[in-house]
Design a protein around this ligand. Structure first.
Ligand code: HAM
Length: 420
């Protein structure tokens, strides 16, 4: 071991386990690519003000969890704690919304950073795959995104997850609710921190996990009773579209998200095998975010699924993904001349699209065959001096142990035939 270790709250993705992460990312991305979402990549850091304004000055993410720093040049930046603000910033900057083709549908995959107290499922560096549909107010778009997330989880074989759905209202009805909730909360016996939260972000108080607080919340006004007609009708349509698609969900009036930009539809995917960090993904509509960061009105909706927690969910359900062995053919040279000849054959096979690896480092036959087996290859190509003198190499089936001599100039064809 070296003197260095991965920083607290982070971990490395190491083969063979890392293959599962890649497969999860691909499984989440596949339905998006299939539904008109284009790939976007933005920098790992942004102007800190983007998140302060976008995610919200009063959120834990901005006040406690952001990796913010000043560069040598005096710029105030932050490692991105989430993707939505960055993606919208990039879309506005590139004028994608002016191309006359709304909604702009984008998907992304990458690393995010939050200075949280680490525990299982909660890390300081984690991965998300996300999707944003920018510039359209249409319940079908909200439904589409939820359906696609559901589809990717089902494709992975996950079953023990639930979809929690809520509407947070809009700029008409939410302020009225907020005021009513504040009135109610100010009559409770709360500590100073929580009282301050009542002033700046009362909806978050509903999310307080402490029993002493939860007890007092019985009888709190419910947002459902304050939704305006437009929000109610919109939400009803989202619900109907999901039901028609056969996607089950649970109405959860208490669902508040940890980011301030949400309006109307909000949802979370929770997995029942994960303990306290049960949210595997979440998202919703953010009709006001564009204006909050200086853009035009662009009602939008999106989600992000956590790759780390999705992998934990697979483990919780005992699902092993069917990941094909990376290597199909493993070449084992015996001697210097064989090394040159087989290395050339390996290059040819790779150029022909056959996944091939080579016994590097002058290993003996026994060790090299061990490596061949470990690689998961179905075939080994073995050659020694005598084979070369005859212009052949030995093609060995690693499952049956059967071995046949094939002409050197027919290796690619013979390997293809054996693999088919
Ligand atoms: P979020 O709910 O903050 O939403 O994060 C989405 C998912 O990222 C979570 O459900 C969780 O799986 C994963 N995640 C978050 N924090 C951590 C952590 N510390 N360790 C491991 N996994 C974590 C957003 O980020 C929004 N940008 C989603 C969105 C997109 N809303 C609209 N568009």
């Amino acid at each position: 071991m070296s003197t260095f270790q991965a920083p607290k709250g982070t971990y490395d993705l190491i083969p063979p386990h890392s293959a599962t992460y890649l497969a999860v990312r691909e499984a989440i991305a596949a339905p998006l690519k299939n539904s008109g979402y284009g790939y976007i990549e933005t920098p790992g850091f942004e102007n800190v003000e983007l998140f302060a304004r976008g995610v919200g000055e009063s959120t834990d993410i901005v006040t406690k969890e952001m990796y913010a720093f000043e560069t040598k040049g005096g710029d105030r930046l932050a490692l991105r704690p989430e993707g939505t603000a960055s993606v919208l910033r990039a879309a506005l900057e590139a004028n994608l919304h002016k191309a006359g083709n709304l909604p702009v549908k984008l998907w992304y995959s990458g690393s995010y950073y939050r200075y949280e107290r680490p525990q299982k499922g909660r890390y300081r560096h984690f991965s998300q795959v996300g999707a944003e549909a920018i510039g359209a107010e249409d319940p079908a778009l909200d439904a589409e995104l939820i359906i696609l997330a559901d589809q990717s989880y089902r494709a992975l074989g996950l079953r023990d997850f639930r979809i929690l759905l809520n509407s947070l209202g809009d700029k008409e009805c939410r302020p009225v609710y907020r005021a009513a909730l504040q009135d109610f909360l100010r009559g409770l016996d709360l500590d100073e921190d929580t009282r301050r939260r009542v002033d700046i972000n009362p909806l978050r108080v509903l999310d307080d996990k402490r029993e002493a607080v939860q007890k007092q919340l019985a009888g709190a006004p419910l947002l459902r009773d304050y939704l305006c007609e437009a929000c109610k009708a919109y939400h009803e349509q989202v619900r109907e579209l999901l039901t028609a698609a056969g996607v089950a969900f649970e109405d959860d009036e208490k669902l508040v998200r940890g980011l301030d930009y949400y309006t109307r539809t909000t949802f979370e995917f929770v997995h029942d095998g994960l303990g306290s960090q049960s949210a595997v993904g979440g998202g919703g509509r953010y009709d006001g975010l564009s204006e909050m960061i200086g853009g035009p009105a662009l009602p939008s909706v999106g989600w992000a699924l956590g790759v780390d927690r999705t992998v934990l969910a697979l483990e919780a359900e005992g699902i092993t993904l069917d990941i094909p062995a990376a290597t199909a053919v493993y070449a084992v040279p015996l001697g210097e001349e064989a090394r040159r000849v087989l290395f050339r054959a390996v290059t040819e096979l790779r150029r022909a699209g056959v996944a091939t690896d080579f016994a590097f480092g002058g290993k003996g036959l026994k060790n090299a065959m061990k490596s061949a087996n470990r690689s998961g290859a179905r075939l080994a190509l073995v050659a020694g001096e005598r084979d070369l003198a005859e212009g052949v190499v030995q093609l060995k089936d690693l499952t049956s142990g059967e071995q046949t001599a094939v002409a050197l100039d027919a290796v690619v064809d013979e390997v293809r035939r054996a693999l088919s």
